[in-house]
Design a binder for this molecule. Structure first.
Ligand SMILES: [Zn+2]
Length: 94
């Protein structure tokens, strides 16, 4: 499905169907990416804050790094999840 971490193939190599069904199709993957990032970041931040693992400014720096790096890491997984979610609810003919 992916040429590299950030760039997708346009078509499935097996059946030739287009991965991007319409312009903006993969905007929906942002729901998955944002949701996973926000939930895990909030849980980690709250845990670190209340257990006093570090000063608040230090935690904030970690949180900023987290919300930049984790969505980049999740990008292909979120797109795959979105494509499969779409296929499950609105199957293609071929
Ligand atoms: Zn295919």
């Amino acid at each position: 499905m992916f040429r590299n971490w950030f760039i997708m193939h346009e078509q499935c190599p097996e059946c030739g169907c287009l991965f991007e069904r319409e312009p903006g199709f993969f905007l929906g993957s942002i729901y998955f990416n944002y949701g996973i990032t926000a939930i895990t970041m909030t849980a980690l931040y709250m845990t670190a804050y209340f257990l006093q693992w570090a000063e608040n400014k230090t935690l904030l720096m970690y949180a900023i790094g987290y919300v930049i790096l984790v969505p980049a890491f999740l990008h292909p997984f979120a797109r795959s999840l979105w494509a499969n979610f779409d296929q499950m609810w609105d199957p293609r003919d071929h």
